[in-house]
Design a protein around this ligand. Structure first.
Ligand SMILES: [Zn+2]
Length: 206
């Protein structure tokens, strides 16, 4: 199982432009940089990991149904889901409403604690710098993410903020679980958005 995941890793290191307001949506760029990262460390995942990432994918699909970038996250403590979130920045006019942020707020409320000690965050896309900062503040123990975000990923792709020596908390990171599935979902979303924007442009010209 681990072997297959590793084989799937490189083609899914995709750069997604999260800025939907701009015209430069540059998803699915399989760069040379991706290919040169084939020496990436192997990660091994349990059945439970798989189960929780599948739930994160369900949440990402909810975001997709609201025309939000499809990213979903769950927080697990002692084998139980204690927080869930999906990307909802546009619908809430809230740039901080990333899936991880929403899930962490949910878990804090549920656990009645601002520290999420012994918790694991599962998310379908590598966290951005804002969310990586939040992971450190929340003292989350472990991060499992699916697809890499070469452009803004802060768990090793563009930045390495989760194991920074100056932080007083280090987060264990595992990546690549169900990466192909999550990456395909993002690519389909951006493809659809590009087609919609093109159609809108054409309609305006008429
Ligand atoms: Zn984020």
């Amino acid at each position: 199982m681990t072997k297959n995941l590793t084989i799937n890793l490189d083609p899914t290191e995709i750069s997604h432009d999260r800025d939907l307001s701009g015209s430069k949506l540059t998803d699915s760029k399989l760069t040379e940089q991706c290919l040169s990262k084939s020496s990436i460390a192997q990660n091994s995942f349990s059945e439970a990991d798989s189960k929780f990432m599948h739930r994160a994918i369900e949440l990402a699909n909810i975001a997709d149904s609201h025309n939000e970038i499809p990213v979903g996250a769950v927080i697990v403590c002692n084998g139980e889901i204690v927080g869930e979130g999906f990307n909802q920045s546009i619908m809430n006019n809230d740039p901080s409403a990333h899936a991880e942020m929403v899930a962490i707020r949910d878990a804090g409320k549920k656990l009645q604690n601002y520290r999420l000690l012994d918790c694991t965050l599962y998310v379908t896309l590598e966290p951005c710098p804002m969310c990586a900062g939040l992971l450190v503040h929340s003292r989350i123990n472990r991060l499992v993410f699916a697809s890499k975000d070469l452009k803004t990923g802060a768990a090793g792709s563009a930045f390495s903020l989760l194991n920074h020596e100056k932080h007083n908390h280090q987060v264990a990171v595992n990546s690549g679980l169900l990466a192909q599935e999550c990456s395909d979902m993002l690519s389909a979303f951006f493809k659809r958005r590009r087609a919609e924007k093109k159609a809108e442009k054409l309609a305006r010209k008429k």
